[in-house]
Design a protein around this ligand. Structure first.
Ligand code: BGC
Length: 271
């Protein structure tokens, strides 16, 4: 059977999930979306995630990758810009592993989208510094150097006009302030000029829901980097999370095998 893992994308309004065909970088079944409980506390979200997983008939040992819009270190959330503050300090890996009964690996949402784009989308075959930005409620970033992720770059929170950049140029701000494409593109231009000055990326990939309308705003930007729309759009989070879960699970198995060998050697030696 081809390699599969399950991917879940936790967002402010919806939780989406599906099994992923890892060879093709495609969903292996229709995805399911359930509304994010409000307030979106860890407990309520964990129940919703378990409900989502239960509605699929997946193998017990299938690992699950989960995206979350926060800084994630060793499975623990360290920020909560657009989600319930009670997530800060929560061991998301442990909570969701316990609730779903599967091995769960959590990853920042933009990092997951970036992993998917690098593997199967607009980042394929690229080298040097490549950055993926997701424009949505907030602004997420994923930074890669020669294909390797530098996790949790959080560039949506750069200072711009003495405030959080994402509060100035996220696509939610375009909607809230009813900005036309030109005005919004001017804000994006300012932001990405700043990014280019700091990181000199060779390629910038723009994702998030608004990227399906990329023809309206990407041509208005004038940057040095190659500027491309994301290819996987809505599914990037689910696919990237599944890729990550598979990689992490494999690394754990390898480490356990190595430990086992070491133990055998020690037993032989001592016995
Ligand atoms: C969060 C990031 C997240 C981004 C997109 C920001 O507000 O701090 O962790 O990646 O929104 O959801």
């Amino acid at each position: 059977m081809s390699k599969r893992a399950f991917g879940i994308d936790i967002g402010g309004s919806g939780i989406k999930g599906a099994p992923v065909h890892l060879g093709k970088g495609e969903l292996a079944a229709d995805r399911l979306r359930i509304p994010t409980p409000q307030p979106s506390t860890p407990d309520a979200v964990a129940d919703a995630v378990a409900e989502l997983v239960d509605s699929f008939d997946i193998a017990e040992d299938m690992p699950i990758g989960v995206t979350f819009p926060a800084v994630i270190k060793d499975g623990v959330a360290h920020s909560a810009a657009n989600v319930d503050k009670s997530w800060i300090g929560t061991d998301v890996d442990a909570l969701l592993t316990e609730r779903t009964g599967h091995d769960v690996f959590v990853v920042n949402d933009a990092d997951a989208a970036g992993i998917a784009e690098m593997e199967f989308g607009a980042g394929r075959g690229s080298s040097g510094v490549v950055q993926v930005f997701t424009l949505g409620t907030g602004v997420g970033s994923a930074t890669f150097t020669d294909g390797r992720l530098v996790p949790n770059t959080e560039l949506g929170h750069l200072l711009l006009h003495s405030g959080d950049a994402e509060k100035y140029m996220a696509s939610s701000i375009k909607e809230r302030e009813d900005l036309d494409w030109e005005t919004w593109a001017d804000r994006l231009q300012e932001y990405f000029e700043h990014i280019e000055f700091l990181f000199s990326p060779t390629r910038i990939i723009i994702g998030g829901g608004v990227s399906k309308k990329h023809k309206k705003f990407l041509p208005l930007l004038d940057l040095q980097a190659e500027l491309l729309p994301a290819e996987l759009r809505n599914e990037a989070g689910i696919i990237g999370a599944a890729v990550l879960a598979h990689r992490e699970e494999k690394a754990l198995r390898k480490a356990a095998k190595k430990d086992g060998k070491k133990k055998d050697k020690k037993d032989k030696h001592e016995g």
